[in-house]
Design a protein around this ligand. Structure first.
Ligand code: J2J
Length: 544
């Protein structure tokens, strides 16, 4: 099958600079795994449920999976959608894919058929790896729906399938015996996997990351976060997210020879006993979860004293909440402001308290180029808000196969327009002030207004819809759909059920629905969608 080639290319002079400066070391994921397996062989790499694997065991399992996937009929270069929750097999599967030179496409456990179909189609995937079930949801049913619509998704591999094998599905433990040697090492400049974008307009875009660029960000992150073989990291957020995967996340921990503890859920009920039992030293959360932990910790019977660093990122953590972390949890807060497209900022562990609580950190690398520009593209003075643009050794130069999005999201000289509004402070520290784009940052999950409007418009009793973000004391932001009914208005609950029934992730269902008779437009007539959303939000908040 001919698939669209994957690539991510930096200008040759910059690529040479990154290599000469030792930023890109030429390390690949297969080499990464082999090196850690030999150096940290008997140390514990990952813990989850009843399982506890050493580095040697993780590598052996990954090698077995790699051979099995190829024997199954997948071929090097094929894309494989991975929708696996926080279980040790997440790691054996992705490293198995890397060893076989198969390309993971990361889906979230919360994704449903709309998202999985989109990711599989956009990446031209031939394989789909799932856990049989997680948190009461049966992913085999989802896989049946998806493969019925997309026959090109030939291979469905199921982890933990104790039920009789579904027709055509293969249990991970029952992959065929490897039929030959594994493929040769990839080039470090090759695309290793596809991460997904927060999707500010419409559906998620695919983010091709290379071995060189991603592993640089992982190694540098591990160093900034002071990881050592004694580090024990709790993967509380879904590890398919870029943050818990790489900032420094599970990969940073493996880089350092530490231990990853997989938590099935980020709730205090699931996480606190694991922190106490495994003596977890570090974890990462989105702000709403951090608030929940701050609330639960003082009354918890579990010993949380091993926790040295709590990272918070994915959405803005208010300074008021940030100041409570040390007194309540007794650990250092690290703010993380990153994006799957690349740039990651961290407050440093030894920064003054005022920087830690009042900024979202500074870039990983001196080679990260950061611009803060006004609407006309002129640099703004330090301290003033402006549009954040960036390029550097681990920030992509383009999405996969999407010239339209690339023309919008990248400048001709290769800067990525993040869509974030930030102010830069002395030392290059960034304070996130808002964003220019129209998405809702709902507890760290980015929801595209446009995507949800399209689903609402599919309802026969919806004439028009505009989705906006509203401030929410717990979620940070919640989604609110302003709807003009066609004829009789449906019930809000029915409309939510309709959107959910279209088969998309639960976090995308509007939190609130407000019926309005019309959208106010000025005498001048036409207003853009963006302007309309802004007015609806403003008028609604003013009327509160
Ligand atoms: C405000 N907004 C933030 C923060 C991200 C590390 C950490 C997070 C992500 C991530 C990531 C924020 N304060 N501390 O990939 O490696 C918003 C910004 C940003 C968008 C990116 C990582 N941290 N954000 O959240 O690709 O708007 O990555 O552009 O999911 O989240 O979202 P995403």
């Amino acid at each position: 099958m001919m698939t669209t080639p994957l690539q991510q290319v930096w200008p040759p002079d910059l690529a040479a600079r990154y290599r000469d400066a030792g930023i890109w070391t030429g390390e690949t994921f297969p080499a990464f795994l082999r090196a850690r397996a030999s150096r940290f062989a008997a140390r514990t790499a990952v813990v989850g449920g009843e399982q506890r694997w050493s580095y040697a065991e993780l590598a052996a399992r990954a090698t077995r999976i790699a051979g099995g996937l190829l024997a199954q009929g997948l071929e090097p270069g094929d894309r494989v959608v991975v929708q696996v929750p926080n279980i040790p097999e997440f790691l054996s599967v992705i490293f198995g894919l890397f060893l076989a030179r198969l390309v993971p496409v990361y889906a979230l456990p919360a994704h449903r058929q709309v998202e999985v179909l989109h990711l599989a189609r956009a990446s031209e995937a031939r394989g789909y790896i799932i856990a049989a079930r997680h948190e009461g949801f049966d992913y085999r049913a989802l896989a049946r729906m998806v493969t019925a619509e997309l026959p090109a998704l030939e291979h469905v591999i199921v982890i933990g399938d104790d039920a009789p094998a579904d027709a055509g599905f293969t249990a991970l433990d029952a992959l065929p015996e490897p039929a030959g040697p594994l493929p040769a090492e990839p080039a470090p400049s090759e695309v290793a996997f596809l991460q997904i974008s927060g999707g500010s307009t419409g559906l998620s875009k695919l983010i091709p990351r290379t071995h060189d660029d991603y592993l640089y960000s992982v190694r540098a992150s591990a160093q900034i976060c002071g990881l050592t073989p004694d580090s024990v990291y709790l993967a509380a957020l879904p590890v398919a997210h870029n943050f818990p995967m790489s900032s420094p996340g599970v990969l940073g921990v493996l880089d350092a020879g530490g231990t990853v503890v997989m938590s099935p859920s980020p709730s205090p009920e699931a996480a606190f006993p694991l922190i106490a039992r495994e003596k977890v030293t570090m974890t990462g959360l989105v702000p709403p979860l951090a608030l929940l932990w701050l609330q639960a910790a003082p009354n918890s019977a579990h010993d949380l004293s091993s926790l040295k660093v709590l990272q918070v990122g994915g959405a803005k953590f208010t300074p008021e909440a940030a100041r409570r972390v040390r007194p309540v949890l007794g650990c250092t807060l690290q703010q993380v402001f990153g994006m799957a497209e690349g740039l990651v900022n961290y407050t440093r562990l030894d920064d003054p308290e005022e920087i830690i609580t009042g900024t979202q950190g500074r870039p990983i690398s001196a080679d990260d180029e950061v611009l803060v520009l006004d609407d006309e593209g002129r640099p703004v003075p330090e301290g003033e808000p402006g549009h954040l643009l960036t390029r550097g050794p681990y920030t992509i130069r383009g999405y996969h196969n999407d010239p339209g999005a690339n023309a919008r999201a990248f400048t001709p000289d290769g800067y990525y327009r993040t869509g974030d509004i930030v102010a830069r402070r002395p030392g290059g520290y960034l304070v996130v002030q808002g964003r220019a784009g129209d998405h809702i940052n709902r507890a760290g999950e980015k929801v595209s207004a446009e995507e949800i409007e399209d689903h609402l418009l599919a309802h026969p009793q919806v004439f028009d819809a505009a989705v906006v973000s509203l401030p929410d004391p717990f979620l940070g932001e919640r989604s609110c759909a302003f709807v003009i009914a066609a004829g009789e208005a449906p019930k809000a609950a029915a409309l939510k059920a309709f959107v959910r029934g279209r088969g998309l992730a639960d976090f995308k269902v509007p939190d609130q629905i407000v019926f309005v008779p019309a959208f106010a437009t000025t005498a001048v007539g036409k207003v853009s969608r963006k302007e309309l959303r802004a007015r609806l939000r403003r008028d609604f908040l003013e009327a509160q």
